[in-house]
Design a protein around this ligand. Structure first.
Ligand code: CIZ
Ligand code: SF4
Length: 304
């Protein structure tokens, strides 16, 4: 058995000694969230990365998130405690595949979810997160867009903006895409009165059952500000810990079985400690790719 308190104290001391800031995604293990300086969604954490005085950023999350931090904070050293922590959705489209798709649709703007590689962002007109996808596409003002890589999020945007033709790449988050309407209905029956919060990476028939369709940062704000006391949470299990801190005293229920992203759980306290101690897992982005990816990310940030 590891001593979580002692290991966490060791990590905090090492981070201070090495001038490192620890960022943890909302889907990380509870003890990794607790040792971090900041917990949040990928964009919120990347903004922390850009604004920090620390020279090293330890990104407890998956690869594309650390890459996004590097895109925004190129002068800093960005470390990913577990280099094998990838995102299957981000891997569903490569830079070459996007180039072919674009060539088939000359002049059609490419809108890319931040859950994508730097190579893919670099070929995109604008990025979006699940929190701002609808607002960014609306502000873009295009009648027709290519949307990559999440078909379900593309669907959500298309439904919110019926005047826009959204052509989506057939990617998905395996964890969110496998949720069935029956699972949500069973959770509602078990907890009548609880509000159902659904992430837009879920399928349309699951989104249809939601009281609110929200990104992780939006779920945290919604649960804290809503007068309801009970919520059914349809996103990755790690958010339950963050929700408990954002809205203390409220009750949060998960689906059965729980939604667990194995890549998010690869990062452990021991790996965070080893990464800071040894400076391992550095994430780099080629400068020409970074500059083009930054343009797509900055365009998103300027809109919302
Ligand atoms: O952008 C993020 O951090 C992800 C993957 C989900 C969300 O809804 O915040
Ligand atoms: Fe990727 Fe889904 Fe895991 Fe998020 S939860 S990192 S989208 S596989």
């Amino acid at each position: 058995m590891i001593d979580v308190t002692a290991l966490s104290a060791e990590i905090r001391a090492l981070a201070a000694e090495r001038n490192a800031v620890i960022l943890a995604h909302n889907y990380q293990r509870s003890e990794v969230q607790d040792v971090a300086d900041f917990v949040g969604d990928s964009l919120g954490l990347s903004r922390q990365a850009a604004g920090t005085d620390a020279s090293t950023i330890v990104f407890a999350g998956v690869h594309f998130m650390a890459e996004t931090a590097k895109i925004l904070a190129p002068e800093k050293r960005v470390l990913l405690p577990e280099p094998k922590a990838g995102c299957p959705m981000a891997d569903m489209i490569t830079g070459e595949q996007l180039a072919v798709w674009k060539a088939e649709h000359p002049g059609v703007p490419v809108v890319t979810y931040v859950n994508s590689s730097a190579e893919v962002k670099a070929q995109s007109d604008v990025c979006v997160t699940s929190a701002n996808a609808v607002a960014v596409v609306r502000a873009l003002g295009a009648k027709h867009i290519l949307f990559a890589p999440d078909e379900n999020l593309g669907d959500w945007v298309a439904r919110a903006l019926p005047d826009v033709t959204v052509e989506s790449w057939e990617g998905c988050c395996p964890r969110h895409d496998e949720v069935s309407a029956d699972q949500v209905t069973a959770a509602r029956e078990a907890h009548p009165g609880a509000l159902v919060m659904v992430h837009p990476e879920c399928r349309p028939e699951v989104v249809d059952l939601a009281d609110a369709v929200l990104s992780t940062s939006q779920m945290l704000a919604f649960a804290a500000s809503n007068s309801a006391e009970e919520f059914i949470v349809v996103t990755e299990s790690g958010l339950i810990h963050a929700l408990g801190k954002a809205a203390p005293g409220k009750r949060f229920f998960e689906l059965a079985p729980k939604m667990i992203c194995p890549n998010m759980k690869l990062t452990t306290l021991q790996k965070v400690r080893d990464c800071i101690a040894n400076g391992t897992g550095e994430v780099t982005v080629a400068e020409d790719v970074r500059v083009r990816a930054l343009a797509a990310v900055e365009k998103m940030i300027s809109i919302g």
